[in-house]
Design a protein around this ligand. Structure first.
Ligand code: HPA
Length: 263
C-alpha cells in the first residue's frame, strides 16, 4: 500500500538528521504523556516545524516534536504531539505519524491517548488497552484512499498479558471515537454506553485504522483522564488530563517499554 507521496520528503529530511536506519518501535504520545520522551537515552529532538509537510499541533499538552533515541539499546522514535481532526487537519494529516512509522520501517507502533470513562467501573488514572473501536463519524479514512474498517485487534491480548506480568492492572475495552472538539452531552454518553463503549476520545481511531491497513504491529492504550460527561458531577476540564498523566506516567512508561521489547 503506497504511502502519501509527501512522506518521502519528510523521511529524506529525517535521514539527513541521522535518524537510525533500524527503528524498533514508534510511540505516539497522547495528551499529557509527552514526558515519556524523557525515557529515551541519547535522544535527539526535532520540532515538527522543521520537518517538511508536518503541521504544527495547536492543542495544550501537545509539544510538537519528534524524538529519537534508545530504550534498552533499541532505537525508538516518539511523536510528542499529534494531529487531531478537530484542529482542522485532514484524516490524512492525523495519520502522518503512522505513515512516518511505516516509511522508517519501524516494526511496532504504540498509540496512546487520554480518554473519558463511560464504563462506570473505570477510575481516573486507569490504563485501558483498546480492543475495539466505535466511530461516531464513520468516514475517517483519508480522502482518496479506499475506505478501510479495522475489526480485529490481535495485539490487545498480548498487551494485557505483558501488563499482567508487570503486575499492572490494565482495563481493556471499546474506545468510541468522536471528532470533537466539544465534549459530549450527558445524553450522548448514556447512548454511547448502551452502544457498548467503555471510553470516549478524540484521536487514535484514524491512526489505528491506517496502521492496521499498513500491517504495523499496533497497540493502542487510553489513559482515563476523567469520567465522561454526566458520569459524575465533576466538571470536565482539560487540566484533568495533566493530573491523570502525572498519576500514571511511571506505569505508562513501564508498560510501553515492555511492549516495545515483548510485543
Ligand atoms: N471526551 C472526549 N475526549 C476526551 C475526554 C472526554 O471525556 N477526555 C479526554 N479526551
Amino acid at each position: 500500500m503506497p504511502l502519501p507521496d509527501f512522506i518521502e520528503t519528510s523521511v529524506e529530511y529525517l535521514r539527513a538528521q541521522n535518524i537510525p536506519d533500524q527503528i524498533e518501535a514508534a510511540v505516539i504520545l497522547g495528551s499529557g504523556l509527552g514526558s515519556f520522551g524523557k525515557q529515551l537515552e541519547d535522544s535527539t529532538s526535532i520540532p515538527y516545524s522543521a520537518i517538511p509537510h508536518l503541521p504544527a499541533p495547536s492543542v495544550k499538552g501537545h509539544d510538537g516534536k519528534l524524538i529519537f533515541g534508545k530504550i534498552d539499546d533499541k532505537n525508538i522514535i516518539a511523536f510528542s504531539g499529534r494531529f487531531h481532526y478537530y484542529e482542522g487537519f485532514s484524516f490524512e494529516q492525523t495519520a502522518i505519524p503512522v505513515y512516518l512509522t511505516k516509511a522508517l520501517d519501524a516494526q511496532k507502533l504504540i498509540i496512546s491517548n487520554a480518554a473519558g470513562a463511560i464504563n462506570t467501573d473505570f477510575h481516573i488514572g486507569d490504563l485501558m488497552v483498546i480492543d475495539a473501536i466505535i466511530r461516531q463519524n464513520l468516514a475517517i479514512t483519508p480522502k482518496g484512499r479506499t475506505p478501510y474498517r479495522y475489526n480485529h485487534y490481535p495485539w490487545a491480548d498480548k498487551a494485557r498479558k505483558i501488563a499482567a506480568n508487570l503486575s499492572l492492572s490494565v482495563q481493556r475495552g471499546t474506545y468510541l471515537y468522536v471528532t470533537g472538539p466539544n465534549y459530549e452531552t450527558k445524553a450522548e454518553i448514556r447512548a454511547f454506553r448502551t452502544l457498548g463503549a467503555d471510553a470516549v476520545g478524540m484521536s487514535t481511531a484514524p491512526e489505528l485504522f491506517e496502521a492496521a491497513r499498513l500491517n504495523l504491529k499496533t497497540v493502542a492504550i487510553s489513559l482515563i483522564s476523567n469520567m465522561a460527561s454526566g458520569v459524575t458531577k465533576a466538571k470536565l476540564d482539560h487540566n484533568e488530563v495533566k493530573k491523570a498523566a502525572e498519576l500514571r506516567k511511571k506505569d505508562f512508561a513501564r508498560l510501553v517499554k515492555k511492549l516495545i521489547s515483548e510485543l
